[in-house]
Design a protein around this ligand. Structure first.
Ligand code: CIR
Length: 261
């Protein structure tokens, strides 16, 4: 096990939200995000990553892909290698081809997910020694098994999860706080998948806070969840609160807007 490899980082990749983000995928028929406000909130997110120590690569907007700001779903970045995924939503298939050359310039090893299966990065949570992958509408068994095989070569033990049907991605409702602690909703924690890690339960009524990101010493938390903020601070974490109201309108959150390595 490489202690801290799950949250000690030096680099990050993000993609500027396109104007077409207003047409991003979402469950239900909620309102469109406001592209200008999304852009401002994304800028604040980028600044927070830099403040946490990230050498940031900001990629240009891709108008033909409304959800391309959610760059996390396209790949897995490790210390020495990157794995290009096959996102499971049809309108997002082409995003993998956009990220591959970027990763090829940054990593000596870039692997395409073998086979024909699908995986969205939002369904993959890496701790220091385990790869949790949740099956979902976007991630199927073939994709998951292919990714488990790839990650085994980097020392990750597989943990299989059936994400409850009403949750878009596994990480919609959990995030890593440190090498031994996960922040998760009661619904996910009750699956029993995180043991022996400690689970800090997202306060009831604040389930939307679960998608946190730990980057070095800072835990990024979405705005509007005071009980979660207090809980994290009581447990000794430094917290950066960020407004993600526009990303939330298209089912996005904090982890989806960057690749961290
Ligand atoms: C989608 O449905 O694909 C986007 N609207 C949201 C993706 C969020 N990504 C993530 O949680 N990793």
């Amino acid at each position: 096990m490489i202690a801290g490899r799950s949250y000690k980082f030096t680099r990050a990749i993000s993609r500027t939200p396109s104007k077409s983000v207003t047409g991003g995928l979402r469950d239900g028929d909620g309102p469109n995000p406001n592209a200008a406000i999304f852009g401002k909130q994304h800028g604040e997110y980028i600044e927070a990553l830099k403040n946490a120590g990230a050498g940031l690569t900001l990629l240009p907007a891709l108008e033909e892909f409304p959800d391309s700001v959610f760059v996390e779903d396209t790949s897995i970045c490790l210390r020495d290698a990157a794995i290009v995924l096959r996102p499971g939503a049809e309108t997002r298939f082409g995003e993998a081809d956009e990220i591959r050359p970027i990763l090829a310039n940054m990593f000596s090893t870039v692997i395409d997910l073998p086979g024909d299966g699908f995986v969205d990065g939002g369904d993959v949570l890496l701790s220091d020694d385990r790869a949790f992958i949740g099956l979902s509408e976007r991630t199927n068994e073939e994709g998951r098994n292919a990714l488990f095989n790839c990650l085994a070569g980097f020392g990750y033990e597989p943990v299989e999860i059936n994400t409850p049907k009403d949750i878009l991605h596994f990480k919609t409702e959990c995030g890593l706080l440190d090498s031994g602690t996960v922040f998760a909703t009661e619904k996910l924690a009750s699956l029993g998948c995180f043991a022996p890690m400690k689970t800090l339960i997202v306060p009831e009524g604040e389930e939307g806070a679960a998608n946190i990101v730990r980057y070095n010493d800072v835990v990024f938390l979405s705005k509007g969840y005071p009980k979660s903020e207090a809980l994290l601070r009581e447990n000794g974490y430094s917290v950066a609160v960020l407004d993600t109201s526009e990303a939330a309108k298209v089912d996005g959150g904090l982890s989806c807007m960057s690749l961290r390595f």
